[in-house]
Write a protein that binds this ligand. Structure first.
Ligand SMILES: [Zn+2]
Length: 306
């Protein structure tokens, strides 16, 4: 086990308390030693932002049930998982503690958990309804908290923090990047994926409660401003970009009935297999160091500047 490292912060008064060696980051019913505030709980899950639990901010909680089915089989989730794990292996081989922000159903966290032996795994989510699925999936291998990414109440705890298609839902994404930096140990790292190219903005982004698609270089610049040094950055879903552009164009030309975009993940098994082969080949090249100039999404890995 790692030696004691980092602090938890009281969300009411900000007091920092060292986290014990064998303790969870937020033990059940933790009480602040300074102001006496007791942690709100939903069953076994600490609520660090109870006023925002299962509100509509950022995402419709009902989408979690639909997403869980898709995550098991859909090429996009499978390929993205393989890329995330491969890039972590390549750039952060020694990380032993990991926090995933906006972990949803825990599909990525489950894949990360299988990579190596971790001293500490934590998943956070604004919506407890997503966390219940994640808890079942991880079966005790990770700690979960309901949390607002704009207020991450830990200091110097994690080797690595990930946020996968999360910060585009948040108006003030730079606050989140600053909070990620504070949650990391001095030479800790982060891995972030976002949708890319404002020109690809469509009804799908609006329905998904996205605040933006990122311009080229935008996420890297924001990470530098937040105190990070970028170590790897590439577009992905690059080989499917022409297809995405065509489908976005078609949906702009032909207005669809409300709700038609709710199920953009519904594709035939044959199409799923074919797109899986294309994106799978792309990820294999990415994991050998290839960087793609354009693509539907971007992944950036960065290290905290000391
Ligand atoms: Zn307090």
């Amino acid at each position: 086990m790692q030696s004691s490292r980092g602090n938890r912060l009281c969300t009411t008064c900000g007091t920092a308390e060292p986290i014990g060696d064998t303790e969870t980051v937020f033990p059940m019913c933790w009480t602040c030693p300074a102001c006496g505030t007791m942690l709100a709980m939903d069953g076994a899950t600490p609520l660090l932002a109870p006023e925002l639990a299962d509100t509509m901010s950022g995402m419709n909680p009902e989408n979690f049930a639909m997403l869980k089915e898709q995550e098991e089989t859909h090429f996009w989730f499978r390929t993205r998982n393989r890329m995330i794990c491969g890039l972590i292996e390549r750039h952060f081989p020694r990380a032993r503690s990991f926090l995933e922000i906006g972990c949803g159903n825990g599909a990525v966290l489950a894949a990360v958990a299988r990579m190596r032996t971790w001293d500490r795994l934590m998943g956070s989510e604004l919506h407890p309804s997503g966390l219940r699925h994640a808890q079942m999936r991880l079966g005790g291998k990770a700690e979960f908290v309901q949390m607002d990414a704009r207020q991450i109440p830990v200091q110097g705890v994690f080797d690595l923090v990930g946020a996968f298609d999360v910060i585009e839902h948040i108006a003030d994404d730079e606050v989140v990047l600053g909070q990620i930096r504070d949650a990391l140990i001095p030479d800790g790292g982060t891995i972030i994926t976002v949708p890319q190219h404002p020109a690809l903005w469509s009804e799908t982004d609006r329905v998904a409660h996205h605040q933006r698609r990122y311009r080229l270089g935008e996420l890297e610049a924001k990470l530098e401003r937040a105190g990070f040094e970028v170590v790897f950055s590439t577009s992905f879903v690059s080989l499917l970009l022409p297809l995405m552009m065509a489908s976005r164009l078609i949906s702009k030309l032909r207005p669809q009935s409300p709700g038609a975009h709710e199920n953009e993940f519904a594709i035939s098994p044959g199409m799923n297999r074919m797109l899986g082969m294309v994106t799978g080949a792309e990820v294999s090249l990415t994991l050998r160091g290839m960087r793609w100039p354009a693509g539907g999404s971007r992944v950036v890995l960065a290290r905290k500047r000391v």
